[in-house]
Design a binder for this molecule. Structure first.
Ligand code: PMP
Ligand code: GLN
Length: 394
C-alpha cells in the first residue's frame, strides 16, 4: 500500500459489521436500513432488468430519465434549477461522487477544510487526490436552557475557527449536512456564514447532503447551493441509498454548474465509467414519488430515533439530540467509560450490540475519544431489543 493510503487500513464499517456477524450481535454500527425501500421501486428495477433497460453500458453521465428526475427533484424540493444535460452527473453512490469531485478539483498540496468528525471516505479521498485535510472540529454543546435534560445538546460549528482555518492554500470546503456521525443539521444562519466565507475567500464547496430528507423536529435542510453566491461554486452530492433505503444499489449524483460537473465527470469516467444501469431507471421513478413518501419516511425515522434515544438514555448514555441522519452520537463517560474504541470492541461481548467509535472520524482523536455512534435505521423491535441489552450490559 502506498504512503497516501497507508494510514487508512480497513474502513471501520467493514470491521464493525464483520464483528457483528461473527459475534451474532445487533448491528447498530454501519448505517444501513434493515427494511428495503418501496416495493414499487424494487418492481421498477425488475422491470428495467427484464425489459433490457440498462443491462449494457448506460451513457457515462447517467441515463437521461434519471438526470431529468434529479433536476426535477432539486427544483421541487429546493427551487434550484439544474440543466439535466450539463449540470447533473450520476455516480456509483455518493462515495464515488466525493472521490471524483476531489480528484477532479484538487491540485497536489491544496488544502481542504472538512468538518471533524468527518465521514471516513473524505480523508481517504483527499489523500488519494494529493490534498491536505484541515479539520475544523465540531464541539459538543450542552444547549443553553440549562435544565440538564439535554433536549438541545448538539455538536456545534465554531464559525471563527472555520474562518481562521482558511489559508492561501485552501482550495475547497467539504461540508456535510445533515452531519454524519453527530446528527447535527447546520442552521440557515450557520450555512449563510459558511457561504459568506466561501465567497469572500473564493473557495469551491463540495457539500454532501445524502441525508437531506432525514431532518427532524424543527430542523430544516438548507442546500448550500441555494444561498447567495453559492450556486456557481458548489458541487452538491445526493444518494438514493439513504433517501430510498437502497444502500446496495450504489446510485448517487452530483449537481453543479457545467464547468464543475464537467470536471467531476472527467475523473468519474476513469473510476467506474458508469454503474448500476437498471437501478438508474428505478431511482428515476423513486425521485418522482409523491411528497407523502418523503413525509412518511421522515416520520418513521423520527419515531425510531426517539425509541433509540430513550433506550440509550435509560441505559445511562448521555445522548446528543439527532436533528438529522440515521445516527445518534452518545457520550459514554456517564457509564464510567472514556475510551470509545475499547468500549466498542468490548460491547459485543458485554451486550451483544455493535456501535461505532467516533474517534475514527477525527484527526484529533482525543477530541472524539468518549463519543460512540449508534444507528437507528432498524426495525422498532430491533431497537427495543438493543436498548434492553444495553440496559443489562455487564
Ligand atoms: N456521505 C455520508 C455522510 C454517508 O454517511 C455515506 C454513507 N452512506 C455516504 C456519503 C456514502 O453514500 P453511498 O452509499 O451513496 O456511496
Ligand atoms: N455511511 C454509512 C455509515 O456511516 C456506511 C457506508 C459504508 O459502509 N461505507 O455508517
Amino acid at each position: 500500500l502506498n504512503r497516501r493510503l497507508a494510514e487508512f487500513g480497513t474502513t471501520i464499517f467493514a470491521e464493525m459489521s464483520a464483528l457483528a456477524t461473527s459475534t451474532g450481535s445487533i448491528n447498530l454500527g454501519q448505517g444501513f436500513p434493515d427494511t428495503d425501500g418501496p416495493e414499487e421501486i424494487r418492481e421498477a428495477a425488475v422491470r428495467a432488468l427484464r425489459d433490457g433497460r440498462g443491462n449494457q453500458y448506460p451513457p457515462g453521465p447517467g441515463v437521461p430519465e434519471l438526470r431529468t428526475a434529479i433536476a426535477s427533484h432539486q427544483k421541487r424540493h429546493y427551487g434550484l434549477s439544474y440543466d439535466p444535460d450539463t449540470e447533473v452527473l450520476v455516480t456509483a453512490g455518493a462515495t464515488e461522487a466525493i472521490a471524483a469531485s476531489l480528484l477532479a478539483l484538487l491540485e497536489p498540496g491544496d488544502e481542504v477544510i472538512a468538518l471533524e468528525p468527518y465521514y471516513d471516505s473524505y480523508a481517504a479521498s483527499i489523500a488519494m487526490a494529493g490534498g491536505t485535510r484541515v479539520p475544523v472540529t465540531l464541539r459538543p454543546d450542552e444547549g443553553d436552557d440549562g435544565d440538564g435534560e439535554g433536549a438541545h445538546r448538539r455538536f456545534r460549528l465554531d464559525l471563527d475557527e472555520l474562518r481562521d482555518a482558511v489559508t492561501e492554500r485552501t482550495r475547497l470546503l467539504l461540508v456535510n449536512t445533515p452531519h454524519n456521525p453527530t446528527g447535527t443539521v447546520l442552521t440557515r444562519a450557520e450555512l449563510t456564514e459558511i457561504a459568506r466565507i466561501a465567497v469572500e475567500r473564493d473557495l469551491l464547496v463540495v457539500t454532501d447532503e445524502v441525508y437531506e430528507h432525514l431532518v427532524f423536529d424543527d430542523a430544516e435542510h438548507v442546500p448550500l447551493a441555494s444561498l447567495p453566491g453559492m450556486r456557481e461554486r458548489t458541487v452538491t452530492i445526493g444518494s438514493a441509498g439513504k433517501t430510498f433505503s437502497f444502500t446496495g444499489w450504489k446510485v448517487g449524483w452530483v449537481t453543479a454548474p457545467p464547468a464543475l460537473v464537467g470536471a467531476v465527470r472527467s475523473a468519474k469516467q476513469f473510476l467506474t465509467y458508469v454503474a448500476s444501469g437498471p437501478f438508474q431507471y428505478a431511482v428515476a421513478e423513486a425521485l418522482a414519488l409523491p411528497d407523502a413518501y418523503f413525509e412518511d419516511f421522515r416520520a418513521d425515522m423520527l419515531r425510531k430515533r426517539d425509541v433509540l434515544a430513550a433506550g440509550l438514555t435509560e441505559a445511562g448514555f448521555k445522548v446528543f439530540r439527532s436533528a438529522g441522519t440515521y445516527f445518534i452520537t452518545t457520550d459514554i463517560r456517564p457509564l464510567g467509560e472514556s475510551d470509545g474504541f475499547a468500549f466498542c470492541r468490548a460491547l459485543p461481548e458485554r451486550a451483544g450490540v455493535v456501535a461505532i467509535p467516533n474517534a475514527v472520524f477525527y484527526d484529533h482523536r482525543e477530541q472524539g475519544a468518549p463519543f460512540v455512534r449508534f444507528a437507528f435505521c432498524k426495525k422498532d423491535e430491533v431497537l427495543h431489543e438493543a436498548a434492553g441489552r444495553l440496559r443489562r450490559m455487564s
